[in-house]
Design a protein around this ligand. Structure first.
Ligand code: A2P
Length: 343
C-alpha cells in the first residue's frame, strides 16, 4: 500500500534532498505534498518528471497525511508537529526540538532501528554529526564495547541551511574582489556577532550553553548516549565550521572495551558494516574527504590508527554527506522502516 507524504521545509537544503531520496529509493508514495513558508507558496519544484507546487504550512496541511518529514527549524516543528500527529500522521523530525524527550525515539536505523517498534507520533532524526559518527562506531561498539569518545568536527556550511551556502559563495567573491566581507548568517543567525566563513574556521556552531560548550557539541554528547542507550559512555565534542559546502568530517578518538585489538580487526568490522565504506590506505594517499563524499549515501572511514599510548585507544577520520546520511537519507530510511507498521 502507498502512503501520503508531506515535507515541511521542502524548499530548504535538507527538504529538497528528502524529495530526491523518496523518488530515488522508490518510496511507496501515493502523493507528496511540499510545504514551506508563505513566501514560497506557489513555487514550482520539478523532480522525477513531476512538477509539485509548494504550499504554505498550516495545521490543515496534514489532513490525510501518513508520514510528515519536518526540516524547517525547531520553531516550526514545535508549532506544527503535534498538529500533524493529531491528524494521524507520523512525524519524522530533523530538528533538535524533540530529540532528547524521553518518550521520543531518536533513531539511526543501522544502530537502533528497534527503537521504532510500535512507535507512532514523533520520531526524531539525530544531529548530522552524531549520525555519521554512531553509524561508523556501532560495529566497533557491538564487538568490543565503547568507553570513551573524544571528537572534533569539521562541518560544512550547508548544515546551517541554504542561506549559509549563499554566504560562503558571496564571501568568496568578495574576497577575490578585495571587497569588504559581509557576514550576517554564521556562526548562527541568532548570534550577536557574525564572522566570515570564507578563508576562515569558526569554532562555534549554534549558541553557547552556560557550561562553555555549544549546543551543537551538547547535541553530539547527549544524542550519542541516547542512541547507544549508554549513559556511562564518556563523550565530548568540539564542533567547528569550515568553508566546505557539503560533507562533514570528524576526527574521532575512541577507547574501546578491550585491549589487544588491532587496526586490522577494526577494519575487518567496518568492511562489512551496513552503510559504511573504508577508504584507508596511506601508501596510496587514500582517505575520505568531503568533496568526494558529497552526493554519496555512505559514511566513509579512514586514517584508522592505534593510539601510541592507550592500549584500547584508536583514532579514526569519519566523513559523510551531512544532507544525506546526516539528514535526508536517514529520515527516509526511518520512513522505510515505518511503512511496515502503517500498512
Ligand atoms: P521558505 O523557503 O519558504 O523560507 P534551510 O534549512 O535551507 O534554511 O531551509 C529552511 C526551510 O524551512 C525552507 O524550506 C523554508 O521555507 C522553511 N521555513 C522557514 N520558515 C517557515 C515557516 N514559517 N513555515 C514553514 N516553513 C518554513
Amino acid at each position: 500500500e502507498k502512503v501520503n507524504v508531506a515535507i515541511v521545509g521542502a524548499t530548504g537544503a535538507v527538504g529538497t534532498k528528502i524529495l530526491e531520496k523518496l523518488l530515488e529509493r522508490n518510496f511507496p508514495v501515493q502523493s507528496i505534498k511540499l510545504l514551506a513558508s508563505k513566501r514560497s507558496a506557489g513555487t514550482e519544484i520539478t523532480a522525477g518528471g513531476h512538477t509539485y507546487v509548494v504550499e504554505e504550512t498550516v495545521p490543515e496541511s496534514f489532513e490525510g497525511i501518513s508520514i510528515a518529514f519536518f526540516s524547517a527549524g525547531g520553531t516550526i516543528s514545535e508549532k506544527f508537529a503535534h498538529e500533524a500527529v493529531t491528524r494521524g500522521a507520523i512525524v519524522i523530525d530533523n530538528t533538535s526540538a524533540f530529540r532528547m524527550k524521553e518518550q521520543i525515539p531518536l533513531v539511526v536505523p543501522e544502530v537502533n532501528a528497534d527503537a521504532l517498534n510500535g512507535k507512532a507520533g514523533i520520531i526524531a532524526n539525530p544531529n548530522c554529526s552524531t549520525i555519521q559518527m554512531v553509524t561508523a562506531l556501532q560495529p566497533i561498539r557491538e564487538k568490543f564495547g565503547l568507553k570513551r569518545i573524544v571528537v572534533s568536527t569539521y562541518q560544512a556550511v550547508s548544515g546551517a541551511g541554504s542561506e549559509a551556502i549563499d554566504e560562503l559563495e558571496s564571501q568568496s567573491l568578495q574576497f577575490q574582489e578585495r571587497a569588504t566581507i559581509q557576514a550576517a548568517i554564521l556562526p548562527s543567525a541568532s548570534a550577536e556577532h557574525h564572522y566570515p566563513i570564507a578563508f576562515n574556521v569558526i569554532p562555534q556552531i549554534d549558541s553557547f550553553d552556560s557550561s562553555g560548550y555549544t549546543l551543537e557539541e551538547l547535541k553530539m554528547m547527549n544524542e550519542t548516549k541516547k542512541i547507544f542507550g549508554d549513559n556511562e559512555l564518556s563523550v565530548v565534542a568540539t564542533c567547528v565550521r569550515l568553508p566546505v559546502v557539503t560533507g562533514h568530517s570528524e576526527s574521532v578518538y575512541i577507547e574501546i572495551g578491550k585491549e589487544g585489538v588491532s587496526v586490522e580487526d577494526i577494519q575487518a568490522l567496518l568492511a562489512v558494516a551496513p552503510g559504511v565504506v573504508i577508504q584507508d590506505d596511506p601508501s596510496k594517499q587514500l582517505y575520505p574527504m568531503p568533496l568526494f563524499a558529497e552526493g554519496k549515501d555512505e559514511v566513509f572511514v579512514g586514517r584508522i590508527r592505534k593510539d601510541p599510548d592507550h592500549p584500547a585507544g584508536f583514532h579514526l577520520w569519519i566523513v559523510s554527506d551531512n544532507l544525506l546520511k546526516g539528514a535526508a537519507l536517514n529520515s527516509v530510511q526511518i520512513a522505510e522502516r515505518l511503512v511496515n507498521f502503517i500498512q
